[in-house]
Design a protein around this ligand. Structure first.
Ligand code: FPP
Length: 250
């Protein structure tokens, strides 16, 4: 089957974003770095709304890595309070649009007020099925993989599973993203060409779109451009081009 002119372009089922460039955005304007994060929070809302409007069922945002704990304390404090404010402010948006909140990462180390509002928002939105918004908080891919390995090892020690039961599917089900589809598209802003420890296991066959735009300047037009680029990619999943089916038309 070939795609005709009237076919809708392929929409990713799961988009994951490495939101980068807040500090540079602020520096270019002679502002403190935290102003970049503040503006970046507005972008988060815009992109969440856009994904929901378009009907993308899964959106995952890398909001705070484990390495980010090493940043200056006032910056970490501001990021934590921006996150709290965002969750308090945007609950009505999540209610209105039936968006479910999830979190991935080593969240036990987050400050108590953040954990409280996270649990409240996760519980309040648990029944929403239109879109899942997942925040990576105190997250890195390697840490997630190690925590999954520990859980599996504990089950093996208790005699609940045998080594031969450990399959890719079983491993996936012990990751923080359990039950979620792998990302089809990973976007990174700000011109950096790295994965920075994000969704290492899950992005095995993801398409990547890198843009020079800094996160506070990223909005609906740039998001749509990234989706359009994705729609023109030929995903082969290790097969030959012929086996994988027709290439999308340019
Ligand atoms: C990277 O930019 C961005 C972060 C480490 C934090 C991202 C946080 C937000 C967008 C706001 C809060 C999040 C939510 C979900 C409400 P950078 O500081 O590394 O930028 P730089 O590379 O230019 O210094």
């Amino acid at each position: 089957m070939t795609r005709g002119d009237s076919d809708p372009p392929a929409l990713p089922h799961h988009v994951a974003i490495i939101m980068d460039g807040n500090g540079r955005w602020a520096k270019m304007r002679g502002l403190p770095r935290v102003e970049g994060h503040r503006r970046g929070t507005r972008t988060v809302r815009e992109v969440v709304e856009c994904a929901r409007e378009l009907g993308i069922p899964y959106l995952t945002l890398y909001a705070f890595s484990i390495e980010n704990w090493g940043r200056p304390k006032p910056e970490v404090r501001t990021l934590m309070s921006l996150l709290r404010e965002f969750l308090l402010r945007e609950l009505p948006l999540m209610e209105r649009h039936r968006i479910r909140l999830r979190v991935i990462g080593d969240t036990a180390v987050l400050p108590l007020p953040v954990r409280r509002i996270l649990s409240r928002t996760i519980a309040a939105t648990a029944g929403h099925g239109e879109m899942t918004l997942t925040l990576g908080l105190s997250y890195t891919g390697r840490n997630e993989i190690v925590r999954a390995a520990r859980k599996i090892a504990a089950e093996a020690t208790r005699g609940e599973i045998a080594p031969e039961d450990i399959t890719e599917a079983l491993f996936s089900s012990h990751l923080d993203t359990s039950g979620m589809p792998d990302p089809d598209l990973v976007i990174r802003t700000s011109g950096e060409l790295r994965i920075s420890n994000f969704l290492l296991w899950q992005s095995a066959y993801a398409e990547f779109v890198f843009t020079d735009v800094l996160w506070p300047d990223f909005g609906k037009p740039e998001f749509r451009r990234a989706l359009d680029e994705y729609a023109h990619r030929h995903r082969r999943f290790g097969l030959t081009g012929d086996q994988a089916g027709p290439s999308p038309r340019r």
